[in-house]
Design a binder for this molecule. Structure first.
Ligand SMILES: *[C@@H]1O[C@H](CO)[C@@H](O)[C@H](O)[C@H]1NC(C)=O
Ligand SMILES: *[C@@H]1O[C@H](CO)[C@@H](O)[C@H](O)[C@H]1NC(C)=O
Ligand SMILES: *[C@@H]1O[C@H](CO)[C@@H](O)[C@H](O)[C@H]1NC(C)=O
Ligand SMILES: *[C@@H]1O[C@H](CO)[C@@H](O)[C@H](O)[C@H]1NC(C)=O
Ligand SMILES: *[C@@H]1O[C@H](CO)[C@@H](O)[C@H](O)[C@H]1NC(C)=O
Ligand SMILES: [Cu+2]
Length: 404
């Protein structure tokens, strides 16, 4: 569905002239001017209106570290100018040229700063997916990466996201993957691969048919070496890591198989917007986002589906997926969906009893205690440890950003 006009409720918000801030003062509307805006974008926008109203009444949660003046805005890739795209790409490449900070005892295969992020994700995979900390862990991880781009690689902008819902009919038509110097590289070369099976609790597993790629990415700026993993590869011809942990040195090319099958089946605008509007409870929201592996054998949530838009190696590996720079555009979108969901009812979903649910083990196997707001998110060399409660708001400091 395409939203062309600005809906009445939003116009009312925009027309406020009192001392209270308006969405316009926060920098909007960007997205709604765009004829390609989706229902998902509209929910983000009305959510922002609620967040603005919340701060008008309550102030910023932690004004010493995040205020209106400090807010950063994360935008969709297609809204970046060529210069902005090139600055982002240059900063990502810079990360792959800076020395690693990881201890060789922890990640002997890490060769650069980018690998430090991949390593911590591989190491913690089974305690950050299908868990209560899934959304906040990945929120903080993406933030820490954005900080590293800015503080260590001179990037001036914000982390972009890629709104799958805009490209569900034609992901290869997105400027993100056009293979130009202003993209993150194109599809992999065609290689004959079998279907990819996604394990599911209900047999049979979810089957994704192979598409037109599968081999090394050869176009665009990412002449890129994947050093770590695999742990759980989508293809059985992926070179095996010398260490069982996946943290040994295993240099190989970046492979993708960009999948219109995945986007058109699981990532339509209706799929994304209904996830946000039809799941009022944090438990069900996060469960359907990741995929309902319990009730149905044929349903990939937008999180898993978003990974299999690129698939390949490392994209099709739950553990080492951050080794494809696509990961951070995908997870910024996951975070935008979470932010949008929170902003439909700001207080309970950000600060209250509908903001956290789940346990500390993957799909609660083996059974474990509930996640708490005092649990730490520890990204090792990549960021200071932080409590979950300090990541639940994107404007609570140190986090200080919103989404366009
Ligand atoms: C909208 O999408 C079409 C098709 O993908 C594209 O050609 C056009 O440039 C887009 N418009 C804007 C304003 O992004
Ligand atoms: C993660 O790394 C720590 C520190 O090296 C190690 O003790 C732990 O066993 C690792 N966890 C997994 C699941 O490999
Ligand atoms: C980049 O491409 C060249 C050949 O075009 C290749 O020899 C080199 O190994 C590649 N470097 C990386 C980091 O992939
Ligand atoms: C996703 O959307 C498509 C078409 O809009 C629909 O057929 C499908 O059932 C949806 N899938 C899920 C998992 O909601
Ligand atoms: C864990 O959370 C669930 C649902 O939020 C709740 O029903 C259950 O009582 C909690 N368990 C403990 C031990 O607090
Ligand atoms: Cu992850």
């Amino acid at each position: 569905m395409r939203i062309r006009g600005v809906p009445a409720a939003v116009t009312v918000l925009l027309s406020f002239t009192s001392a209270a801030p308006t969405t316009q003062q926060w920098g909007w509307p960007w997205g709604l001017q765009d004829p390609n805006s989706t229902e998902t974008d509209l929910l983000a926008y009305t959510g922002l209106g609620n967040l603005v109203a919340y701060t008008a009444e309550n102030g910023f949660p932690n004004p010493r570290s995040c205020t209106f003046e400090k807010l950063r805005v994360r935008s969709e890739w297609s809204t970046f100018s060529d210069d902005q795209k090139q600055e982002y790409i240059a900063a990502v490449q810079c990360m792959s040229k800076k020395p690693s900070k990881s201890s060789p005892d922890f990640a002997p295969g890490a060769r650069n700063r980018y690998d430090d992020f991949v390593a911590v994700h591989i190491n913690q995979t089974t305690t950050i997916h299908g868990t209560g900390n899934f959304l906040t862990w990945h929120r903080y991880f993406t933030w820490a990466y954005e900080q590293a781009l800015r503080n260590e690689c001179g990037y001036q902008g914000s982390q972009p996201y890629w709104n799958w819902a805009r490209y569900s009919e034609d992901p290869l038509g997105s400027s993100l993957f056009d293979g130009s110097d202003y993209s993150i590289g194109g599809n992999g070369k065609y290689v004959k691969e079998g279907e990819v099976n996604i394990p599911s609790n209900a047999a049979p597993s979810i089957v994704l048919p192979p598409q037109q790629g599968g081999g090394c990415v050869t176009s665009g700026p990412f002449n890129w070496t994947v050093n770590l993993g695999p742990v759980s590869p989508a293809y059985n011809d992926t070179p095996v890591n010398p260490l069982q942990s996946g943290l040994g040195y295993n240099p190989r090319c970046l492979r993708r198989d960009i999948s219109q099958y995945v986007t058109s089946h699981f990532l339509t605008d209706a799929n994304v917007s209904s996830l946000i509007s039809a799941n009022a409870d944090i438990y069900w929201f996060q469960t359907f986002m990741q995929g309902d592996f319990f009730a149905s054998s044929n349903y990939l949530g937008v999180h898993t589906a978003g990974h299999f838009v690129v698939g390949g190696d490392p994209g099709g590996d739950l553990f080492s997926s951050p080794a494809d720079p696509y990961f951070f555009l995908h997870h910024a979108m996951i975070d935008r969906v979470f932010w949008t969901w929170q902003n439909q009812d700001v207080k309970p979903r950000t600060f209250g009893d509908n903001s956290l649910s789940g346990t500390i083990t993957l799909n609660n196997v083996p059974p474990s205690r509930n996640t708490t707001k005092d649990d730490l998110i520890d990204l090792g060399v990549n960021a200071p440890p932080i409590r979950i409660k300090d990541t639940l708001s994107t404007i609570g400091g140190p986090l200080c950003y919103i989404y366009a």
